[in-house]
Design a protein around this ligand. Structure first.
Ligand code: NAD
Length: 489
């Protein structure tokens, strides 16, 4: 199999090869076909990208007003929308996700992030104090926000454009310059965006992309680079630990959105139909590859059997196959390597004593799709609370369902995790739902819904699920330096 498609690094406004000539393969997880070759950046290209970003900050970009930057970011969003089909095709080829998902979430939200943060920054205020000291000394104190500098943006593969622009949008709206390292699994849309940036009139060097892997490759070269002022990262918790060590040199700031093992809490008084519909999405959306997906489901005992049966019935209705068919609602996992990992947990759960309610293996696919990374949605019951399949993030379309008898018990179960990203609570007793929400250790709690997002709200994880919050004005905390100016009158 061969391809003529090649994704190059985007440095200082131009697409460039790597001096070493090194490249790697980008395969489509639908059928394992070769989608593109990707240029792998070495230390020289990463250094060139960081230097270009520093020059951009010293140039006209550094003097633009928030309104001028916002106007350009609106053009970037419109540029993505104008090339919607191209972005959509690229995202689908990289991830295998169905058009029914990518056309509603990934690309529109990816574009919208630029407008949302442009508006946020334009409308952001600041604090002001009149200071009066004994003896008649008077002063005014006010705070201003200035860009932090060069931001390294390290991205995962599960929502490539959306999660990347969730960082690049606010970073640029605040006046920074960025060097993006997309996941090695999903280099396409970050590369395409370079062209859109040029057409929108974003000055060269403001947006740069370097391709490669993590350790001893572009990811590590970038996060270690002394010219990087701060690092924003979304990915696995263990990768976050490695990046934090790299960031410690030079005391660079970090914003981390990391892994989870999210609980869903279902009380017997829930609206049953709505809960099943919501929990089906919470467990299986994007083939279980959303950091917010639920992998631990706790159901109040009186409805445990009924709930398990209903979720099983839904898990068995997913349609796999042609991603361009609007009826397809389950794509493959991102890669064979990730499928091996998820399948190893399917095996582990069984050996730990799970009862397999549904799934547990690889579905039979038509011949053309057979080499893809397909997997069955899977539900278990009967595991101990200490089982690894209940405690470790699997990042696949699977969950364990366990009954509970009291509010205190389920709160203790939900909190018995190193992670603290997201939870959902399903009950028609709103007082109880709020009581439980307060006590669950999670950055984001949904009541009677899942993944209902208002982008102005704080987004992030507690415990080992993250550091800091992004979203709305909260993004300004990381992407700007808050300075106080004191003027004696
Ligand atoms: P990953 O940690 O394997 O990789 C993420 C990125 O980090 C990639 O670009 C990779 O090349 C890079 N990287 C790896 N090692 C590095 C190193 N030593 N130095 C610098 N860069 C390095 O994560 P993934 O498999 O791409 O994504 C899945 C994970 O992301 C899951 O754990 C999921 O929960 C998490 N996630 C979290 C959120 C959130 O908002 N909390 C959102 C999406 C995904």
């Amino acid at each position: 199999m061969s391809t003529n498609r090649k994704f190059l690094n985007f440095i200082d406004g131009a697409y460039v090869e790597s001096g070493s000539g090194a490249s790697f393969e980008d395969r489509n997880p639908i059928d394992g076909s070769l989608y593109a070759l990707v240029t792998e950046a070495g230390e020289a290209e990463v250094d060139a990208a960081v230097s270009a970003a520093r020059r951009a900050l010293a140039g006209p970009w550094g003097k633009f007003s928030p309104a001028e930057r916002s106007a350009l970011l609106y053009k970037v969003a419109d540029g993505i929308t104008a090339r919607f089909d191209e972005f959509l095709a690229a995202e689908i080829a990289d991830t295998g996700k169905p058009v029914s998902l990518a056309s509603h979430i990934d690309i529109p939200r990816g574009a919208a992030n630029f407008k949302i943060f442009a508006d946020t920054v334009k409308g952001a205020g600041s604090e002001f104090f009149e200071t009066m000291q004994p003896g008649g000394v008077e002063a005014i104190n006010y705070a201003i926000r200035t860009p932090k500098g060069v931001i390294a943006v390290i991205c995962p593969w599960n929502l490539p454009l959306l999660l990347m622009t969730w960082k690049v949008g606010p970073a640029l709206a605040c006046g920074n310059a960025v060097v993006v390292k997309p996941s090695e699994e999903t280099p396409a849309t970050a590369t395409l965006l370079g062209d859109v940036m040029n057409q929108a009139g974003i000055p060269q060097g403001v947006y740069n992309v370097v391709h490669g892997f993590g350790p001893n490759s572009a990811g590590e070269f970038l996060t270690k680079h002394p010219g990087v002022d701060a690092i924003t990262f979304t990915g696995e918790t263990v990768t976050g630990e490695a990046i934090m060590k790299q960031a410690a040199v030079g005391l660079r700031d970090v914003s981390f959105e990391l892994g989870g093992k999210n609980p869903g809490i279902v009380f017997a008084d829930c609206d049953f139909e709505a809960t099943i519909e919501g929990m089906t999405r919470a467990v299986f959306a994007n083939c279980g590859q959303v950091c917010l997906n639920t992998e631990r489901v706790y159901v109040e005992r009186p409805i445990f059997e009924k709930f398990t049966e209903a979720l099983k019935a839904n898990a068995e209705t997913f349609k796999r196959g042609d991603p361009m068919d609007e009826a397809t609602n389950q794509g493959p996992l991102i890669s064979q390597e990730h499928r091996d990992k998820v399948l190893s947990y399917y095996g582990l759960a069984k050996s730990e004593g799970a009862q397999v309610v549904t799934g547990g293996g690889v579905p039979k696919m038509a011949d053309n799709y057979a080499p893809g990374a397909w997997i069955e949605p899977t539900i278990w019951t009967g595991l101990d609370d200490g089982a690894r399949a209940v405690r470790e993030e699997i990042f696949g379309p699977c969950c364990h369902i366990r009954p509970f008898d009291s509010e205190d018990e389920v709160i203790a179960l939900a909190n018995d995790s190193h992670y603290g990203l997201a939870t959902s609570i399903w009950s028609q007793d709103i007082s109880r739902a709020n009581r439980v929400a307060k006590r669950v250790e999670a950055g984001i709690t949904w009541v009677n819904c899942w993944f209902l997002r208002d982008l102005r709200t704080p987004f992030g994880g507690s415990k080992r699920s993250g550091i800091g919050r992004e979203g709305g004005l909260h993004s300004l905390e990381f992407y700007t330096e808050l300075k106080n100016i004191c003027v004696k009158l």
